[in-house]
Design a protein around this ligand. Sequence first.
Ligand code: AMP
Length: 307
Amino acid sequence: MSLLVVGSVAFDAIETPFGKTDKIIGGAATYISLSSSYFTKNVKLVAVVGGDFAKSDIEMLQKHGVNTEGLQIKENEKSFFWSGKYHNDMNSRDTLVTELNVLGTFDPILPESYQDCEYLMLGNLAPAVQKTVIERLKKRPKLIVMDTMNFWMEIAMPDLLETIKLVDVLSINDEEARQLSGEYSLVKAAKKIMELGVKTLIIKKGEHGALLFHKDQIFFAPALPLEEVFDPTGAGDTFAGGFIGYIAKTKDVSFDNMKRALIYGSAMASLCVEKFGTERLLDLSQDDVNSRVQEFIDLAQFEIKLA
Ligand code: AMP
């Protein structure tokens, strides 16, 4: 069993009301791999970076048990670069710069040893590349989860619509769900998106939790009210890593288990935002994860005797 993670591995420059960073390691696949590494030690990465990427950052991923055989290094090119600035409420942000660089021509080559993958996490990336990965797997994984963002809706909608039909779970945020469906109500948006061929849909609502839709069932996971959110970058990817990592660990793709996975994903995201960039994900213990999940249980548990 292995979990195949595809997505951007990047340099990010982040500005929040609490501070500003120069280029630090980021990227959807980085956050997903680190987050899922707390659930399974069989994470296989497919991504591309330029010659400017630090070897120590690649070693950091390896130290977390991430197999980087599928990480291509284009020595004479530059890594993907993204820069974003958060508004004071930390719930919304503006993308300042997206430089695709190596991502512009990325051909996702899957090493033969990756063909055993049972779980596939398609992190944020051009939808055509995400689709190529699915096509290159000789055996369809047990579960395919896909993340995407407004950037790809704006420049690659036809590819996106084709790719979402091939996956089991689509994970997007509320703004993206509205953009994709043209509906303001998230319940109506979810219905329309599922009509596009999405079997299970996750809508992330930042500090307002996350919704899970499947057929006519809806489940809600709250977000933990945190005293301080330092940097929300990567929260969505960290959530996705926790979600699929938990499913890969428990080997159960039922809707009931997805509910638990939603809580694990939310717990991992709540840890991620406590520090800048990937910092908080670098040395978590099993106890840190467990006690965070316990806080979620305590937060939302109540008993009512109906009259
Ligand atoms: P999130 O905060 O979960 O939406 O993820 C932020 C991460 O996504 C950053 O680390 C970026 O490097 C990465 N990212 C931003 N834009 C893109 C894009 N168009 N394609 C792939 N990855 C991106």
